[in-house]
Design a protein around this ligand. Sequence first.
Ligand code: SF4
Length: 632
Amino acid sequence: MPYGYHGKILHVDLSAQRTWIEEPDAAFYRHYMGGTNFGLHYILNGMAADADPLGPENMLTIMLSPLTGAPFSGQSRMCVNARSPLTGAIGDSQAGGFFPAELKFAGFDGLVITGQAQAPCYLWLHDGQAELRPADHLWGLGAWATETRLREELGDDKVEVACVGPAGERLVRFAAIMNMRNRAAGRTGMGAVMGAKRLKAIAVRGRRRPELADAEGVKAIARLGGKESRANGDMDELGKLGTAGVVLGQEFSGGLPTRNYQSGTFAQAEAISGERMAETILVGRDTCYACVVRCKREVEVDADGIRVHKELGGPEYETIATFGSYCEVDDLNAIAKANALCNDYGLDSISAGATIAWAMECFEAGLLMPEQTDGVALRFGDARAMLQALEALAFRNGALGELLAEGSARAAAQLGPEAQARVVAVKGSELPAHMPQVKRSMGLAYAVNPFGADHQSSEHDTSYEENSGPVSLGRLAELGLTRPVAATDLGEEKVEFTLLTQYWVSLMDVLCLCQFDWGATWQLYGPSAAADVVKAVTGWDVDLNELMTIGARRVNLLKLFNQRAGFTRADDKLPPRLYEPLTGGISDGMVFTRDELEQAKDRYYALAGWDVATGNPTPERLRELGLDNFAE
Ligand code: SF4
């Protein structure tokens, strides 16, 4: 008898308007365990790597793990994969909220969605049943209105909804899939893939909770989380300030990306900090299913013509930085508005804000002319212009909207080399707000990560310094990391740290665990607890070694997709901006170097068991990871 899962993967062919249920065997669940690994199994076996990301042949997978929906903190997350319309590489994104747990309760462990509907439709999943229904009446609605209408139509306000907004419908290349109106599977354009398929929404509801192998063991883990959330100062602060609590820390370290990554210091950082948000616009805290941390923000604004409703959530650190310091905007109300618009329209707030910051730099440099911006004067510091650009790109309105909806790399290709030199992206995906100049491993992680620059694909350097404290260093030691070095170091020890924590974080994305609850450094639970919880839920006799192999399997599966799509070592590169010295503040003059990156890549590929010349997995490494069928 399976514990923690149903043994049911739902296949949806939108072209044929047909659904069917596959029942993989127990070996499939044990081998892949969940999340991205499930998704890549279907994508690599069922889809050509040159599939048009916005065509019917692209396969969109939404996957859970056996842990999803079990009653402890940090398990209600899902992994979304498809070929990315932003990068052409594999796309990968995660989201939390209540939707993932409810999808499990509706009777499914994951969805494989292919084809393209003739007309808008939505998928209604309830108690093991799947129905495709027309969605013409929902097309054009934002995430909030879509959720409201579906709950009314289905007569149940406990129905959870994942959907695309107007941005996904219009194929904005960094459109997100939203759930709960404010939780985004944001990165790499998965919302554009869903919009291209004319799948407006997925609504879920059910009471099918899989049995747990050791219910008392799961309760003990939940109790431990409750105790730890009160005792752990970092978790307490995350609950009080949300991720916005790191704005000032980033500023103090010279690592708050400012003026399209030209500087690491923003003189008005305090005005956009988590502390300022708590004093002014914060009205409440929200959570994901069964999580005690409650780190999600609820804000309200009604001032100077800006209105923000708490239903659309409050900005996270990344959103504050991309719409704030990247654009030199110090108006927290305007940033909260930008966040709400991204959530309602269904946009990745990192790519959206970073693309606008790039456009501001181009405008000021005379590379983007007023006739190309529909008259919007896109200057750094102008909050109104920032919001106008966001509205335009979400709907592809006018010349400006059409240009920015393509993302900064494609937009720059239309403007020429000087505009391209100002793009701050890897593989076409805009950089998040953790600066490689001050946290060196971020540079390596951004460059080698198969789906582009991502700050949640490995632990951060500051947790692996001599003075990082016994909890972080103790947990990292469980992964075999016992040689702490400075945050600005990118030697052998740091490369090992990058790879092993990438495997660890990959495991989190396989088990669909929240990285704020489950981590190898400061979080609620450490590595040994991960083995305990997998055992308690599934009854599988796993240890940390096996789990780390599962994490490594994910990295290799993602990489395999890119290899087939023609990506090589040369694509694992950083944008030119990172090789220009930073200006101002404590990080003034700090710079990344090409040699440093290439040496780190040599070490990384060798340690990963990959071919150093091509940067791709060797057949031997794939066989070691149990991926024999792909080794050929
Ligand atoms: S820590 Fe925050 S993001 Fe993570 S599960 Fe809890 S409420 Fe959700």
